[in-house]
Write a protein that binds this ligand. Structure first.
Ligand code: ATP
Ligand code: MG
Length: 173
């Protein structure tokens, strides 16, 4: 079973996947794989991010493990069995991203993407099996535990649409 761990930058994919890796689960960092496979096609200078040939990455991806995780904010675009979308309350995500020293425009773009469920929407368009985990008040250990729980069938409270930032977004106006 191949599981995508996806979500807006700063929602805690790497932190949760570090815990999963420490517990012995194979975790593939797709950004790292793209660099290794020569699938970085350019640089988005405005966003200070690499442009990656996601389709080529999908076509070349084979993870021969019983259960494995693929990590990146586009991992839900791989041929996965399940996608887990990590979420974070926009006001808290803002603080997490500012702490990284990211510039205001980049912080804002990502906070807005989180607020409008951008990655969740993409995931449900591509895949049948999509779940959400709210990391706002969770430790990386708790997030990893929730991910493993979902794979064991504990999906209640993680169905798409469970996380809802509309009341916070409305307070912006
Ligand atoms: N559950 C959590 N509770 C509080 N802070 C967290 C949690 N998970 C991650 N963080 C913090 O939020 C920040 C972003 O986490 P992380 O780097 O894991 O995100 P990411 O989703 O992998 O981001 P990117 O897509 O940019 O790689 C880090 O500073 C991390 O310490
Ligand atoms: Mg990361």
């Amino acid at each position: 079973m191949l599981v995508a761990v996806t979500g807006t930058p700063g929602t805690g994919k790497s932190s949760a996947c570090d815990v999963l890796a420490r517990r012995g689960y194979p975790v593939v960092d797709l950004d790292e794989l793209a660099r290794k496979e020569g699938l970085v096609t350019g640089r988005d200078e405005l966003r200070e991010t690499d442009e990656i040939d996601v389709d080529a990455l999908r076509e070349g991806l084979h993870v021969p493990a019983k259960v494995a995780f693929v990590k990146s904010h586009y991992s839900h675009r791989m041929d996965v069995d399940v996608a887990i979308v990590l979420r974070c309350r926009p006001s808290v995500l803002r603080t997490r991203l500012e702490t990284r020293g990211w510039e205001a425009a980049k912080v804002r773009e990502n906070v807005e993407a989180e607020a409008i469920d951008a990655i969740l929407q993409e995931a449900v368009q591509h895949l049948r099996s999509v779940y959400e985990v709210d990391t706002t008040e969770a430790t990386p250990q708790e997030t990893a535990q929730a991910i493993l729980g979902i794979l064991q069938g504990k999906t209640t409270g993680h169905e798409p649409g469970t996380v809802d930032w509309t009341s916070e977004v409305l307070s912006w106006y």
